[in-house]
Write a protein that binds this ligand. Sequence first.
Ligand code: HGY
Ligand code: MN
Ligand code: MN
Ligand code: MN
Length: 409
Amino acid sequence: MKALKVNKARLWDSLMEMAKIGATDKGGCCRLALTDLDKQGRDLYIRWAEEAGCTVKIDQVGNIMATRPGEDMSLPPVGTGSHLDTQPTGGKFDGVFGVLSGLEVVRSLNDHGIKTRHPIEISVWTNEEGSRFAPAMMGSGVVSGRFTLQEILDKVDVEGKRLGDELERIGYAGETPVTGRQYHAFFETHIEQGPYLEAEGKTIGVVTGGQGQRWYDVELTGQESHAGTTPMHLRTDALTCSAELILAVQSIAQQHKPGCGTVGFMQVGPNSRNTIPGKVTLSVDLRHPDDAALSDMDAQLQETVARLTQETGVKIELKPIWYYAPIPFAPQCIEAVRTAAAALGYSHMDIIAGAGHDACYVSDFAPTSMVFTPCLNGISHNEIESTTAEECEAGCSVLLNAMLQMAEV
Ligand code: HGY
Ligand code: MN
Ligand code: MN
Ligand code: MN
């Protein structure tokens, strides 16, 4: 197979151009799902995709599908794509790199005058981050049938804004049905967002699957009372109880290596320095590559909640809001990524995705794999997220060649 390379400068310029939308002072990006800034990023991407000769459709949950025609339009497309929405203090590359890699694949095919047998389709999936509207991976989750369209349209953010109304407001409530989506094969290119490729000195991660996740909302209800007059032994303090729960999440993860446990969101009420907190809401995010271990982490979390309730008198409501088991990717797609990396002469290693990715849900209905590239010090979900034009070129060139392998058969 003649290994083609993409246009490094053009890919990098597109990434830097997109990064201007929602640019933050510390060099990151904030384009929360379905905000005006998300709309601006989507609009720019659609302009580029149409300039590259793609036809663009929007589905009922706002996913964008840009299709480059193939010789036989009756065949299912070979797909790629990722997300344009970011964390509140996100970086320039999480998600965007996968979307603009897809665009660069199309632009490179145009440069080389290559017409593939299968059409090529680039997806932008709605609300992959799950930061503004929880849970994550909503656009791909609806298309894969993990979520119903209605339950997702009815999700609300912390300000009570409804996802379906926000889709309408930004003009991305599309007509294309979310059902019946097909791919001959699907690949997502993404920065690793972790330290392993860099630590091993590898340029490409051949992604064999994604670890499982369990997300919870937790509500702790104690007794508000005066900070100066309430003796310590008479308090029902929701915040000190939360502190014990947070440390328990950390300890449960440490007992289940290489699992992860995170409390990333917390609201305290009434949040007054001289009133004992009566109400705390917080999030719990558990992850593990082995489903039995993830279940054990869940069981230990439930036990911890029962124990703390007993010990503190604080009422604790643990609400599971999301779960998916670890996802194995398709051997033929994994092999296509590995073959492409080898043909291009890039060092590579197999790796499991620690983060959730839309590809995990696409693998419910299509053969899927991912291409990972390193990011500086493994840092992501942080404005300092960084990678190089060479690493982006490598990941995108592997994507191009992996897709070509599948688009011709
Ligand atoms: O949470 C995740 O793994 C992804 O960044 N949404
Ligand atoms: Mn991502
Ligand atoms: Mn992310
Ligand atoms: Mn993703």
